[in-house]
Design a protein around this ligand. Sequence first.
Ligand code: FO1
Length: 335
Amino acid sequence: MRFDDSKPKTQNPKLRIAALAGGVGGAKLAHGLQAVLPPGALSVVVNTADDFKLWGLHISPDLDTVMYTLAGVANPQTGWGLAGDTWRALDMLTQYGRDPWFRVGDMDLATHVLRTQLRHEGRTLTEATANLASSLGVRSHLLPMCDEPVETLVETAEGTLNFQDYFVRRRHADTVTGVTFEGIDSARPTSAVSEALGEVAAIVFCPSNPIVSIGPILAVPGMLGLIERSRSVKVAVSPIVGGAALKGPAADMLHTLGHEVSPVGVASLYAGLLDGIVIDRVDAALAPRIEELGIRVEITDTIMNSDADRQALAETVLHFCGTLGAHIEMERAEV
Ligand code: FO1
């Protein structure tokens, strides 16, 4: 069994790209980037603050969403879980009188069982992830943001809720008045993450929720310094299009936490870190306000309904990085 697969291996570091991603939206762009870049050129740093324990298993929803998407085996309807999965284990739990509120499929269960076993054997989350991803044939480097446990907690009128409790069990219906990342003070970027963000041509902030998906990655002590010191071009793709989120509760959360629900609000959250931001055509009129923040703007179609959309957006992002000074080598995408 090999556990060193998390190290970026492409020869020339200038040709490497790092992406920061949460779940479904981030996974789609990462998939497009993987398709247009040479094998091994992409490292994806993934949020792990959504991780939690269920039925005694270590579940890493965002890592699994990105892993299944990059492996081409994700459920196309939900974006999370596996295509063609079945629910017999959950049916059995129901027979035992338990509430299977978190829909773990039978094949997905194997991922959580093996991750939990690898962790019990003393492997870090980074090592366990590399093992799972390489077994599925993922040709990019899938990197947890840190190896220490971090847990997103949301403040609501019902009290403080664990993220999955808020997001899945309660269907993100509660108004969020605060967000904290428990355990973040003890977290550190892993050596694989430091290396991946160090000498790269570009760092891409995927269109994931800026508060609860990209937010925890940036909150890991030392992460901002790594990004700031990296001499790469830094570009984000706005997850807010026409005043709404591409998926999930990002728009409501931005609003209740006092941010503008627009690409301007997203750009303001990342201000000081970004060279550029890619926004949707429907938000074109906002470009001058973003440029006032010292952030260059690229306008394109950002909704990814197909593999072709993912690759087209990835190519636009990489060309934009090129106009901002990054040297990037693409290869013809496999469709
Ligand atoms: N999201 C849901 O909305 N409902 C589910 O039952 C659910 C199950 C699930 C199982 C495994 C997995 O890896 C992800 C799963 N997700 C589910 C998605 C996930 O919890 C969220 O999308 C992310 O945490 C937010 O990025």
